[in-house]
Design a protein around this ligand. Structure first.
Ligand SMILES: NC(=O)c1ccc[n+]([C@@H]2O[C@H](COP(=O)([O-])OP(=O)(O)OC[C@H]3O[C@@H](n4cnc5c(N)ncnc54)[C@H](O)[C@@H]3O)[C@@H](O)[C@H]2O)c1
Ligand SMILES: O=C(O)[C@H](O)CO
Length: 380
């Protein structure tokens, strides 16, 4: 028998019972649920990752929908408990939903929501920050200053890489990968090589237009290329940023062999999911290639790092904060709540999950729709 889990309750007499497994930023998401007759229960347990038993205890005997987190494994056990309690929807507060067994949800008739679009620029900005921090060795230099080691300017002190004119490689040029590519090309006049299963038409048009603008102004135009294989990107790029979804095709996409094809002084950034990189192979590569640098927001076995990673000076490591801007996190909470609410209310699915701004306006009522349900087609 699982121990009772501590909760905070909003609108105790609400008709529909919605559970959030974590307190989430902002209050708009709670207000929207309460205005639509929901009793909202927010888990306040002081434990970062809830167990399956904790979540089953939270679901209880009657629950219309749950808002959950990417740290939770949503599989058959949780979806059958939710369905038994009368639940219709699970809203993952993330765009990535590799923690969710979508087939199991569909089998139990539960809709699975995610939060695309609202985190695109915020996540791309962190990938750009890690790229710059790695290129210019900012973390190492900061540690050096704080240690009181600076005793005057030197020609060879913390020499890094100039980005202008170098090639940025993007693997997975979807929403975030494309936003990152635009930032690096427009901001630093880098050339682009990308690999994706699909053509990134809007990105290609943007860079073509920017190259024309540069040419018209007497500047060196930027170039772009869609690579025929991921290996082509790894061989040619100076900075490589990973932005694919995590699935069977992208698990350990970066491994011992692919690392060996990269330039010795390349920079590798990962703001997608940890298991896209074989982290043990990466640690070995970092040890043997001191000029190779990485910027990592995600790790293979979060919250842990593989042995040796934290000792590498050529690695910059941050704790899965790529979407952590206030506007984005409040927006993610809103989208996650509206996915659950929309399903409870029987609203239709929003037509374009790449354009979710109408749901995010602070001073207006959101559309009567679910912003993004990933198993919408399978459920009908
Ligand atoms: N670190 C973070 O905090 C953070 C924040 C947001 C998103 N993410 C991760 O980033 C991922 C991408 O988000 P998005 O909104 O850009 O999604 P998206 O669906 O717009 O883009 C993903 C892209 O990956 C491509 N892809 C799929 N399989 C591939 C393969 N084998 N090789 C190359 N490309 C492949 C797809 O075609 C698509 O264009 C999410 O699924 C999530 O895991 C992480
Ligand atoms: O997939 C996601 O949304 C992230 O990892 C958290 O923002």
């Amino acid at each position: 028998m699982a121990k009772p889990v501590s909760i905070e309750v909003w609108n105790p007499n609400g008709k529909y019972r919605v559970v959030s497994t974590k307190p989430m930023p902002g209050t708009r998401w709670i207000n929207l649920l309460v205005e639509q007759d929901c009793r909202v229960e927010v888990c306040t347990q002081k434990k970062t990752i809830l167990s399956i038993e904790d979540i089953i205890a939270l679901i209880g005997d009657k629950c219309d929908g749950v808002i959950g987190q990417l740290t939770e494994e949503w599989g058959d056990a949780l979806f059958s408990a939710l369905s038994r309690a009368g639940g219709k929807a699970f809203g993952n507060m993330a765009v990535g939903y590799n923690n969710v067994d979508v087939d199991a949800a569909t089998k139990h008739g539960v809709a699975v929501g995610n939060t695309p679009g609202v985190l695109t620029e915020t996540t791309a900005e962190l990938a750009a920050s890690l790229s710059l921090a790695a290129a210019r060795r900012i973390v190492e230099a900061d540690e050096f200053m704080r240690a009181g080691l600076y005793d005057g300017w030197l020609p060879n002190l913390f020499v890094g890489n100039l980005l202008k004119g170098q090639t940025v490689g993007v693997i997975g040029a979807g929403r975030i990968g494309s936003a990152y590519a635009r930032m690096m090309v427009e901001g630093f006049k880098m050339n682009l090589i990308y690999y994706d299963l699909y053509q990134a038409t809007r990105l290609e048009k943007f860079i073509t237009g920017y190259a024309e603008f540069l040419r018209a102004n007497g500047e060196q135009p930027v170039k772009w290329k869609r690579a025929a294989s991921m290996e082509e990107v790894l061989r040619e790029a100076d900075v490589i940023s990973l932005h694919p979804v995590l699935d069977k095709t992208t698990y350990h996409l970066i491994n011992k062999e692919s690392l060996a094809t990269m330039k010795k002084e390349a920079i590798l950034v990962n703001c997608s999911r940890g298991p896209v990189i074989d982290e043990v192979a990466l640690v070995e590569h970092l040890k043997h290639n001191p000029m190779f640098r990485v910027g990592l927001d995600v790790f293979e076995d979060e919250p842990y790092m593989k042995p040796g990673l934290a000792d590498q000076k050529n690695a910059i490591i941050v704790p899965h904060i790529a979407s952590a801007s206030k506007w984005t996190r409040e927006g993610m909470a809103t989208l996650a709540a509206l996915n659950v609410l929309g399903k409870i209310k029987g609203y239709p699915i929003w037509s374009d999950p790449n354009r979710v701004e109408p749901f995010l306006k602070e001073d207006a009522s959101p559309p009567a729709a679910c912003p993004s349900i990933v198993n919408a087609k399978a459920l009908v």
